[in-house]
Design a protein around this ligand. Structure first.
Ligand code: ATP
Ligand code: MG
Ligand code: FE
Length: 336
């Protein structure tokens, strides 16, 4: 079974061919990061236009890299939410058009189901059930992956997503967009214990996250320095902020793994490529005999291979989408 995966929910135009659910034959990503850096973040209208420009050549490249043609493709999997509506519509329209012209079945995929499924690519032995922490630009979820395509969200963020906090703090300390990788890098030069930033807990749900207080604490610290006419140490602020995020993500996740009696744990989403987060999970899971899984960085941030993998598992369950498939900007995980 060959799945053509298509992803255009944010600022990456991507296509991939995935064989039998876990073998990535090609993974083409056209990133718009350089374009949006000019504005300090993703500009939706610019993103949509760029997707339209790129999508055909990205798909052609994915087929060529995989040494297949559309005749070999069993089904087309496309992200239809959540994301920017204009951006999503480009991928969805393209997938529908190819499906209509060729008769190849169409499968709409949830973007976060894709992020979670990225773990199946390099961990051939990983099977549900397991707990997955999804930490991306728009989401911070603790998910029980009960089976393929079956999810229970047990924790979520009350305000900012983890990746969003990285991006906002990076901007505040002059690192620019996208902030996650830059904070990751400069933190290596800083002292994570230099400044104590708060680790927020949410009283009503021990698995929920809140990152806006942490972001404010960093901003207050920077303002304080400015008012006193003092300079601050960029690397120390970055490292201390990063440690606060990592501490909370690790403690909530391990708590869930224990409470649900599962000894398999995975991370997903752009923040999952953070080196300090990975090191912390390696260590803590190691101590507790929990099997720890994570995708390579290229499969953590947005890509279409993960959509092909998720699409495969939906396809073999019999899921098919009609030509009325539409972009759903606020699509909930586990809903169709
Ligand atoms: P979502 O998946 O929630 O719709 P998205 O697709 O925009 O949002 P992803 O592509 O999964 O998000 O991840 C991008 C986010 O990951 C950005 O916020 C970025 O700063 C963050 N990120 C990427 N690399 C790192 C890193 N090394 N450390 C921390 N954060 C990172
Ligand atoms: Mg992106
Ligand atoms: Fe994403």
């Amino acid at each position: 079974i060959y799945i053509l995966g298509i992803e255009s929910s944010c600022d990456e135009t991507a296509a991939s061919v995935v064989k039998n659910g876990r073998e990535v034959l090609s993974n083409v990503i056209s990133s718009q990061i350089a374009l949006h850096t000019l504005y300090g973040g993703v500009v939706p209208e610019i993103a949509s236009r760029k997707h339209i420009e790129k999508i055909n050549q990205v798909i052609e490249q994915a087929l060529a890299d995989a040494h297949v043609t559309l005749d070999d493709i069993t089904a087309i999997a496309v992200t239809y939410g959540p994301g920017l509506v204009g951006a999503l519509l480009v991928g969805v329209s393209e997938a529908k058009a190819i499906s209509f012209a060729t008769g190849i079945p169409l499968v709409g995929v949830h973007h976060i189901e894709g992020h979670i499924s990225a773990n199946f690519i390099e961990n051939k032995e990983l099977e549900p059930p397991f707990i997955c922490l999804v930490a991306s630009g728009g989401h911070s979820h603790l998910v029980v992956v009960k089976d393929y395509g079956e999810y229970e969200i047990i924790g979520r963020t009350r305000d900012d997503a983890a990746g969003e906090a990285f991006d906002k703090v990076a901007r505040a300390i002059g690192l620019g967009y996208p902030g996650g990788p830059k904070i990751d890098k400069v933190s290596k030069e800083g002292n994570p214990d230099a400044i104590h930033f708060p680790r927020a807990a949410v009283a009503e749900n021990e698995y929920d996250f809140s990152f806006s207080g942490l972001k404010s604490a960093v901003l207050n610290y920077l303002n304080g320095c400015q008012m006193k006419g003092e300079s601050y140490n960029q690397a120390d602020v970055a490292a201390s902020f990063q440690k606060a995020v990592v501490d909370v993500l690790v403690s909530h996740s391990l708590h869930a793994v224990k409470a649900y009696g599962l000894n398999k744990f995975a991370i997903a989403g752009g923040v999952a490529s953070n080196s300090s987060l990975r090191a912390a999970f390696e260590e803590e899971c190691g101590k507790r005999n929990i099997a720890f899984y994570h995708p390579s960085p290229i499969f953590c941030t947005d890509n279409a291979a993960m959509i092909g993998v998720a699409g495969y598992y939906e396809y073999i369950k019999g899921v098919r989408s009609g030509y009325d498939l539409n972009a759903v900007p606020n699509l909930k995980l586990g809903e169709r």
